[in-house]
Design a protein around this ligand. Structure first.
Ligand code: CA
Length: 230
């Protein structure tokens, strides 16, 4: 039996993209274009996973999620947020979302998140990210390395979360900028470098380097044994 996904999304181009892409991947997708029809679909049928937009006509995603969680704790919910604002993400996770994705997103990343959520045995396991001895608790918005707390700013934490979600992949400065800063990268600012430097400094107080620079390309999160640059 195929996996059933409910997509609650009012923007037609995004909804069409989700329905087409996920159907091609073998998922059975139903679409609800607003809060009311989304709520009906949540009540009347069971789903393996729910994709939930933040801003919806009728009832917005966060209220829908809160109501849904009062009666269903286990169905994974992936939040689609339009901005990478930390408050939205925290509110979404607090309201019971298992994960979130910031628009615009790459379809490949959406698929990876869906696979990960469908693999997860319980909700409580889904609120953590890990790489080597680094851990992030998404619900608490806190991070540790080797069991020691990391005192990160909100931006450094967002940056670390982005690296942890994309290990062993070169992340271009443009991509990081657009995802973590939610702004267009002008190619001149050194803001990103400053934050990476500070994040590294804090991480490296507790262990070896894990964020490498790939000259002319960007950054990559990798095991310290393969981490080569200074
Ligand atoms: Ca929307």
């Amino acid at each position: 039996m195929s996996i059933r996904i409910l997509a609650i999304e009012d923007e037609k181009p995004i909804a069409d993209f989700l329905i087409r892409g996920l159907t091609e991947e073998g998922y059975q997708v139903e679409h609800a274009p607003d809060g009311q029809s989304g709520w009906l679909a949540l009540q009347q049928q069971t789903w393996d996973l729910v994709l939930l937009d933040w801003w919806l006509p009728g009832e917005d995603g966060i209220n829908l999620l809160k109501r849904f969680r009062t009666r269903n704790r286990t169905t994974p919910v992936l939040f689609l947020t339009a901005r990478d604002g930390i408050n939205e993400r925290v509110n979404g996770l607090d309201a019971g979302a298992d994960d979130y994705l910031t628009k615009p997103f790459a379809f490949e990343e959406l698929l990876a998140r869906i696979r990960a959520l469908l693999r997860r045995p319980t909700q409580s396991d889904s609120l953590h990210l890990e790489f080597s001895d680094i851990k992030v608790d998404l619900a608490r918005q806190s991070a540790t390395r080797a069991g020691e707390p990391l005192d990160l700013t909100a931006k450094e934490l967002s940056l670390l979360i982005y690296f942890l979600r994309n290990p062993h992949r070169v992340l271009t400065r443009t991509r990081i900028y657009e995802t973590v800063w939610d702004e267009n990268f002008d190619g001149l600012s050194n803001t990103l470098e400053v934050h990476v430097k500070e994040l590294r400094r804090k991480l490296e107080k507790l262990g070896p380097r894990v964020i490498s620079t790939r000259r002319g390309q960007g950054y990559i999160l990798e095991e310290s044994s393969t981490c080569s640059d200074a």
